[in-house]
Design a protein around this ligand. Structure first.
Ligand SMILES: Cc1cc2nc3c(=O)[nH]c(=O)nc-3n(C[C@H](O)[C@H](O)[C@H](O)COP(=O)(O)O)c2cc1C
Ligand SMILES: [Mn+2]
Length: 485
């Protein structure tokens, strides 16, 4: 079951009591943030603001802001199902006989749904505006008091690799400078920035076409945040997840393509070398990220649906919607990581660590120094390079239980021996690193230490009651009348 578009998703959420309409007027200047923040922190529903102040366009927020809504968004009862489907592909073997081949058919069908389908038109073309482009039509939020202005926070930003022609889609916030100009906050390490750099380096001074689509079916929207390898099309991943190809339609002003079911599409370009101050912005970290220079996005054409719905999110002190989006990434990408690092049992990025500030990893240790090898491998793996503190524990530790990790890890370390610092790339949002984008990271080997690792003392066991006694006391407990105490 794949959603047709954002509206279809909203209808389903509403039916399942996961979305509430707000029919009173609420201001996109700060007020919607306060609503959304309270709702996500209280385990509340997604919100559809029908009357954002100064706009005729309704605004949807917190669409992905719970475990349950992430599952609905991706059409599963548990995110692990997607992880298992990915594993299934990775373990696919040459079919041996007819039966094997038959069994593979559904898989081939799944493969088929991965490839985006080019269509010649679609809902996002219902209204085409070229001459009086104005972002003022949309209820773009001013999220936090110290923000530099209004920001589009949930866009799917499309660009093409100038060398390979491959498409990329990333979610990069866009600060509104005026009615037809925004910032383009693709950070240094992201694919949009790479496309931009490549053009610039080659001395190509021509405009670089960019399109931002806002609001689509949820799997497609979600794919924009996935840390996929460069040149791997997010639209393929979206098609795989939803089990139905993403329909793509050509832009009016460039040869970029966008999801045909988008609510709103902003078409335009960035000029190589043209930068402008962007930020500050109340960010994922829960702090305001500092202002910095980013490219400028010039909008030439807007296309949108009749009665469009504007999709938005806020980030800020955790847990926010982005935590639930990030948690699903953690679950879906585990099998991929385990392909390279099969010793990894589980991984957890707790909310307080804002994705990558704290990565807890459990491993099955088979040789000396393996915990350190795992840290370095993670630091070398795409956006996992941003992992600021990696704590590696033995496989008996449940990394989803942060209390257990703290207890066992803190007992297991000799800090000077077991903590390792490395220098390398740092997330652009990190405000503590000595320089922007460059600084230190910490790995903690909290596994039990072996003689082959130079540990000459004996290693103690964790205390556990013997099972027969536990069983006996289960009974005695009741007899002692303590059940109701
Ligand atoms: C709500 C939200 C907002 C985001 N804003 C930005 C942003 O402004 N700049 C950025 O570089 N990454 C941002 N990200 C993270 C990227 O979307 C993410 O790193 C993605 O994998 C980048 O895709 P790419 O590898 O194709 O560049 C945001 C993520 C979320 C969930
Ligand atoms: Mn990408």
């Amino acid at each position: 079951m794949a959603f047709d578009d954002l509206r279809d998703f909203i209808r389903t959420l509403e039916k399942q009591r996961e979305l509430k309409r707000v029919s009173i007027e609420v201001d996109p200047y700060l007020e919607i943030t306060e609503f959304a923040d309270r709702s996500v922190k209280n385990g509340g529903p997604a919100l559809l603001f029908e009357k954002p102040k100064n706009s005729k366009v309704p605004l949807a927020i917190n669409l992905f802001a719970s475990k349950r809504r992430m599952e609905i968004a991706l059409g599963v009862t548990d995110i692990e199902e997607i992880a298992q489907r990915i594993s299934g592909f990775l373990q696919m073997q040459r079919p041996e006989g007819f039966l094997d081949k038959l069994k593979m058919l559904p898989k081939l069908g799944e493969l088929n749904s991965m490839f985006p389908k080019a269509v010649s038109g679609g809902p996002c073309k219902e209204i085409i505006v070229r001459n009086d482009v104005s972002l003022d039509r949309f209820p773009i939020m001013h999220c936090w008091p110290g923000d530099a202005g209004r920001f589009i926070t949930l866009p799917m930003v499309f660009s093409k690799n100038p060398e390979t022609g491959k498409r990329n889609c990333g979610m990069y916030r866009m600060q509104v400078f005026d009615q037809k100009t925004t910032g383009m906050h693709w950070q240094k390490h992201k694919q949009g920035a790479e496309h931009y750099r490549r053009r610039f380096r080659e001395g190509d001074s021509a405009r670089m076409p960019v399109a931002a689509a806002i609001g689509s079916d949820p799997a497609t929207m979600y794919s924009a945040i996935l840390p996929l390898p460069p040149d791997l099309d997010e639209m393929m991943f979206a098609g795989f997840v939803r089990g139905r190809p993403v329909e793509m339609v050509k832009c009016e002003t460039s040869d970029l393509e966008v999801p045909a079911n988008s609510e709103i599409v902003l078409e335009g370009y960035v000029n190589p070398g043209e930068l402008r101050r962007e930020g500050p912005f109340g960010d994922h970290t829960g702090f305001y990220s500092l202002d910095d220079e980013y490219p400028v996005f010039h909008i030439e054409c807007m296309t949108y649906r009749k009665n469009p719905i504007y999709a938005s999110t806020i980030v800020g002190p955790p847990p926010m919607e982005d935590f639930y989006m990030g948690k699903a990434i953690e679950r879906m990408f585990l099998p991929l990581i385990r392909m390279q690092l099969p010793e990894i049992r589980d991984m957890c990025m707790p909310a307080q660590g804002i994705f990558h500030n704290l990565v807890l990893v459990s491993i099955r240790k088979s040789y000396p120094g393996q915990a350190r090898k795992v840290m370095h491998a993670i630091w070398g793996l795409g956006q996992a390079m941003f992992s600021k503190c990696i704590v590696v524990v033995d496989e008996d530790v449940d990394v989803q239980n942060v209390t257990e990790v703290a207890w066992k890890a803190l007992n297991n370390i000799d800090p000077q021996r077991d903590i390792e610092f490395v220098m390398g790339p740092i997330d652009s949002l990190d405000h503590a690193s000595r320089m922007p984008n460059y600084g230190s990271k910490m790995g903690v080997d909290a596994t039990s230490k072996w003689a082959s690792e130079g540990f000459t003392r004996r290693w103690p066991n964790v205390i556990e009651m013997s099972p027969p006694v536990v069983k006996r006391v289960d009974e005695l407990w009741k007899r002692a009348g303590l059940d109701h105490a």
